[in-house]
Design a protein around this ligand. Structure first.
Ligand code: NDP
Length: 277
């Protein structure tokens, strides 16, 4: 029976440390500030943004929300980003994705100053991560690494299988495991015989968005399972892993909710404090 990784508790204790760092910055006359831009009225995005604002305030980061209408032009959004890039009181800039169709997301990500890129999505941040230079790391992957280390799981020499290769989760988290000397296998929608690969994993990270994609017969005894997926099914949040079945085979497993989610926001706060420092 697997140990359930308590992401909420690990996040809470990490945020206490960040709160102390925010207090020390304030003593030096620096008020850490995160500005979040939300374009449009997507309910899921609104809820994510509210969660980020609340968490920032709780640890003493000033948080500003800029709401822009759904029909905002790309030029207007880029102007707003440029203004924030030049504003010394703003340490972190986050543009909530997805953006409405008339706006090119890549252009927007490229426009954010790398010094304020607290999401870690700018190509400069990604490039630095690739070569192992200090930079803002993307929040969900960094949260996963923190969970794994906090649980005392050894990474070097282990076989890490990642299911999902998105720019924000799968691809960067694999790179971070590689930087820590794991052997990494990436799986995606074109992988034939997914179970062949997942059964070899010492650490299995699943970031797909398909409820219960990974079942007990697809993992080996003792695997550490990190379930990133968030799926709403019959009004309930569930992950990409069949938690009830897999927990009898795994040695550790993250629940959904309460696993990776709280760590993602925590790493955003971490990056904002770093930016202010
Ligand atoms: P994307 O949709 O960007 O990527 C999904 C990936 O899964 C793609 O690489 C896709 O392959 C792959 N995939 C799709 N179907 C299959 C399949 N049947 N078998 C194997 N691979 C498959 O998703 P994200 O990475 O943005 O998010 C993944 C999940 O994680 C979502 O549920 C999202 O809500 C959640 N999430 C949770 C966060 C948290 O903090 N807890 C943060 C971010 C995301 P291909 O590339 O070939 O299309």
């Amino acid at each position: 029976m697997a140990e359930v990784i308590n992401g909420k508790e690990i996040a809470r204790s990490y945020r206490m440390k960040l709160k102390e760092q925010a207090e020390r910055l304030k003593e030096q006359g620096i008020l850490p500030k995160l500005t979040v831009i939300l374009v449009g009225e997507d309910p899921a995005s609104q809820s994510y943004v509210r969660g980020k604002e609340k968490a920032a305030k709780e640890i003493g980061i000033e948080s500003e929300l800029i709401l822009m209408p759904n029909e905002t032009s790309e030029e207007e959004l880029l102007r707003t980003i440029n203004r924030l890039n030049a504003d010394a009181s703003v340490h972190g800039i986050l543009v909530q994705l997805p953006l409405p169709g008339q706006i090119d997301e890549k252009k927007v990500i490229f426009a954010i100053s790398p010094a304020k890129d607290v999401d870690g999505f700018h190509p400069e941040s990604i490039g630095k991560m690739m070569i192992g230079e200090k930079t803002f790391l993307p929040c969900t992957p960094n949260g996963i690494m923190h969970l794994i280390k906090e649980m005392g799981v050894s990474i070097s020499g282990s076989h890490v299988v990642i299911v999902g290769r998105s720019q924000i989760v799968g691809k960067p988290v694999g790179m971070m495991f590689l930087n820590e000397s794991a052997t990494v296998t990436y799986c995606h929608s074109k992988t034939s015989d997914l179970a062949f690969f997942t059964r070899q994993a010492d650490i299995l990270v699943v970031a797909v968005g398909v409820p219960n994609l990974i079942t007990a017969d697809m993992v080996k005894e003792g695997v550490v399972v990190i379930d990133v997926g968030v799926n709403r099914v019959d009004g309930k949040l569930i992950g990409d892993v069949d938690f009830e079945g897999v927990k009898d085979v795994a040695s550790m497993i993250t629940p959904v909710p309460g696993g990776v989610g709280p760590m993602t926001i925590t790493m955003l706060l971490h990056n904002t404090i770093e930016a202010a420092q």
